[in-house]
Design a protein around this ligand. Sequence first.
Ligand SMILES: C[S@@+](CC[C@H](N)C(=O)[O-])C[C@H]1O[C@@H](n2cnc3c(N)ncnc32)[C@H](O)[C@@H]1O
Length: 206
Amino acid sequence: MARSASSRRWLEEHHGDPYVARARRLGFRSRAAFKLLEIDARDRILLSGMTVIDLGAAPGGWSQVAAQAVGPRGRVLAIDPIPIEPLSGVTVITGSIFEDRVAGALREVLSGAKADLVLSDMAPNRSGIRAVDAARALAIAETARDFATDLLKPGGDLLVKVFQGAGVDGLLASLRAGFRRVSIRKPQASRGRSGEVYVLGRGYGL
Ligand SMILES: C[S@@+](CC[C@H](N)C(=O)[O-])C[C@H]1O[C@@H](n2cnc3c(N)ncnc32)[C@H](O)[C@@H]1O
């Protein structure tokens, strides 16, 4: 079957990608693990004992990094519609963040507790129509913000992937209103042409 130019380009990049080889060598489920490791090396967002919510967690690279960092006194709650193979220290909820059932399951697991950190590496399925994809990406990032608003402890942090485009300024403004400090991160492991950046909000409600 003929491959599209974009899937050919993805395969070429994937096979020549040093992060893919490194992830395999170190036992990480995704090259994305290095994005979180890099951000954490700079910003120290993951600490022992923390409760971390990982939105869009499949196949589980970020959850692996988070579970190692929070250790046995902490916990990681991972959400994705794609099933995630079990990981030590990680509670998996299978479903979309847009389903009430998923938010309910998350609250039930937390049983009244709040999280120290909300992570979102979510990326929408691409339709190929630029305006549709931008709207989906924004809706996902806004919903991650709403999860953070609902479930973070005062002083907690949010790390959310956003795709540059219409509506992002409004999202940033709402994060600046809710967090003490908001910064943009573009880790080396994030492919240059992807248009993705990570927004780090620190000190929720302070
Ligand atoms: C780039 S991947 C995440 C990689 C992950 N951070 C890792 O390190 O393995 C993006 C994920 O977002 C998930 N996603 C997309 N829409 C979602 C939604 N509505 N709710 C939850 N997850 C979603 C996708 O299923 C996909 O697994």
